[in-house]
Design a protein around this ligand. Structure first.
Ligand SMILES: [Zn+2]
Length: 295
């Protein structure tokens, strides 16, 4: 994955809360608890998943400074070619530019969703989350949350090969949930949260398909500021790494790694093969309408 060196990044789409203490919570879980929680919540979307306060917390002290630092470090595509956090920001820009254009072409209005970068734990409208839940989208505040340390866990604990475009797939998946939120799909699924045929699995597979749709358009969607695509090159290897990542977060694969067996009755995201299949469906078609996982 290569970014246009001269492209201007829109840093307003990412809020940087890294290094800000989460506020008086006991430090627990950690590596020991990670895999179990990942099984339940990886790339989660359930607004009730964290419990605790349903009130959005006040922005932590220091947030503005930290976001300003990100903005000054991540100005151009050249920065995105060098730094992970700038790259995530650039991917967020590219994904939202695509969906903005898609919604406009369908006569709908797209509302931008900020990404929040955090470390360890973060207060959200869905409650307080720790890094152990993995990346997630919170419909309550319409934001995507990432602890960038997850990408190391994805390789070390879930066996993915990783790489920049594997990370881009995860970002695009979370924005798939934002699109579902805007289209009302999330609300329709309601409480059908578990099992191979559950609404949850269908939502997750559709988010994978939407990630594939963005991938299809990633090198051709012009950025409004330059009229040129922000991403100039994706290779077959990039696509292979996205598929590898999608496979690594399949319920059957994660359950096998954790317990030595797989139990479809407790699936929430779909199997490795399904996740790869739906990413591929979106990638090949480039058409969100092809992502009809609800059949
Ligand atoms: Zn998800």
């Amino acid at each position: 994955m290569q970014f246009d060196d001269d492209a201007q990044l829109d840093s307003s789409q990412v809020q940087d809360r890294r290094g800000i203490p989460g506020g008086g919570l006991a430090v627990g879980g950690g590596v020991v608890g990670l895999l179990g929680l990942v099984v339940a919540l990886l790339f989660g979307v359930d607004p009730g998943m964290f419990g605790g306060s349903s009130q959005p917390a006040a922005p932590p002290v220091g947030q503005a400074t930290s976001s300003a630092q990100l903005a000054s470090a991540c100005k151009t595509g050249a920065d995105a070619n060098k730094r992970q956090d700038c790259r995530i920001l650039a991917v967020v820009n590219s994904v939202q530019t695509y969906w903005q254009a898609d919604f406009t072409s369908e006569g709908r209005s797209y509302r931008q969703a900020p990404t929040v970068l955090f470390t360890d734990r973060v207060a959200t409208a869905c409650g307080t989350a720790t890094s152990a839940v993995g990346p997630f989208y919170c419909p309550g505040d319409g934001k995507a949350y990432f602890d960038l340390g997850f990408f190391d866990d994805m390789t070390r604990q879930l066996g993915a090969k990783g790489g920049p475009f594997a990370e881009a797939y995860v970002v695009a998946h979370e924005y798939g949930h934002h699109v579902q939120d805007l289209l009302g799909t999330t609300a329709k699924v309601g409480g059908d949260r578990q099992g191979a045929d559950s609404g949850s699995v269908k939502l997750e597979l559709q988010a994978d398909c939407y990630a594939g749709v963005w991938t299809h358009h990633a090198t051709t969607t012009p950025q409004p500021s330059t009229g040129r695509p922000l991403i100039t090159q994706l290779t077959d290897q990039d696509i292979a790494l996205a598929l590898d990542a999608a496979g690594s977060v399949g319920d059957d694969r994660i359950q096998q790694r954790a317990t030595g067996r797989s139990n479809p009755e407790t699936w929430t995201h779909g199997s490795s093969a399904q996740r790869q299949q739906w990413f591929t469906t979106g990638y090949r078609s480039g058409d969100p309408a092809s992502c009809n996982t609800f059949g």
